[in-house]
Design a protein around this ligand. Structure first.
Ligand code: R5P
Length: 298
């Protein structure tokens, strides 16, 4: 039996009300502790934003440019990311288990680039997601696509499974070639995902009225980087998105296909977390690129 504690307890601070601090993420206040804790492994609680490094492309594209050797090309970048978006195959084979930030696990799949992409199914069990200790599961939702209803049901089933275990669901709004990429479409797709239970939503930035997309979506939105752009344009894209209400970026090709990926991800971080202007961020990119080059030469 432990010794009896004879010190009288008296520090009750009866005049100080216990603080009830709202959770920092939009629409997430009523989530359970475990889910909030996992979201804090994805989003930085100080800025309220995230730089997700996306390299799950192989689940339908195979070893695309920049992802031929994830051990050589991507692992050196993970220290700069707030979270990683990847498949379980790459997580198990290539990512050091000492990584402690959030993992966003690709949880849908099926068709390759050679087939109809909206023909996806859930591609992971909840037991596996728990075993891998992931913070969120990501699922493609094809609003307006051939298999729209199935993809929405993939998402709602993952939401149900994830909510049981406090694992977040990221709905990835996939825009088919036949869709018009405008704010009206993005409002429809993101709002549907949020209403049907997604914890947060990934979409594409659109030049006009993107702020109406973020305003009408009651959960956080992150933007996909999309096809490789010249670095100044990619930094401008990230800047525009966060200034118009996005809670960060889920960026892949614009980082790992950059001439200097480590410099690029650090410049993106400065835009996302510190509101650095695109011009200053590009200067930062050039400076980091130069110093990385010199340290390789020395
Ligand atoms: C693509 O299907 C994946 O979900 C990617 O993670 C996503 O598109 C982000 O990568 P990127 O910035 O290359 O578009």
């Amino acid at each position: 039996m432990a010794d009896a504690d004879t010190t009288e307890a008296k520090n009750y601070a009866t005049s100080v009300p216990m603080q009830n601090v709202p959770f920092f993420l939009k629409g997430s206040n009523n989530l359970d502790w475990g889910m909030k804790n996992r979201l804090s492994q994805i989003f930085d609680p100080t800025s309220g934003r995230t730089v997700m490094l996306a390299f799950d492309h192989g689940y339908f594209l195979g070893p695309t440019s920049g992802l031929e050797r994830i051990d050589l090309n991507i692992v050196p970048l993970i220290e700069y990311a707030d979270t990683l978006m990847l498949t379980r195959g790459i997580l198990r084979t290539t990512i050091p288990p000492t990584y402690t930030r959030g993992i966003v696990l690709r949880a849908s799949g099926g068709p390759s680039i050679l087939k109809e992409l909206s023909d996806e199914e859930i591609a992971v069990s909840i037991d596996e997601a728990v075993r891998l200790n992931v913070a969120a599961m990501a699922v493609q939702v094809f609003i307006g696509g051939e298999h729209e209803t199935r993809s929405v049901h993939n998402m709602t089933r993952l939401v149900d499974m994830g909510n049981r275990h406090g694992i977040a669901t990221l709905a990835v709004t996939a825009v088919g070639k036949e869709m018009v990429r405008d704010a009206q479409y993005m409002r429809l797709a993101t709002r549907m995902c949020a209403e049907l239970g997604a914890t947060y939503v990934k979409t594409y930035y659109v030049d006009e009225d993107f702020d109406t997309v973020t305003a009408s979506c009651p959960v956080p939105i992150v933007i996909a980087g999309g096809k490789k752009l010249p670095e100044p344009e990619a930094l401008q894209l990230a800047y525009n998105a966060v200034q118009q209400g996005a809670a960060g970026v889920d960026m892949g090709r614009n980082i790992f296909q950059s001439e200097a990926p480590a410099a690029m991800i650090q410049a993106v971080r400065a835009v996302v977390h510190e509101n650095l202007s695109p011009t200053d961020a590009y200067d930062l990119y050039l400076a980091l690129k130069e110093s990385d080059k010199q340290s390789v030469e020395n």
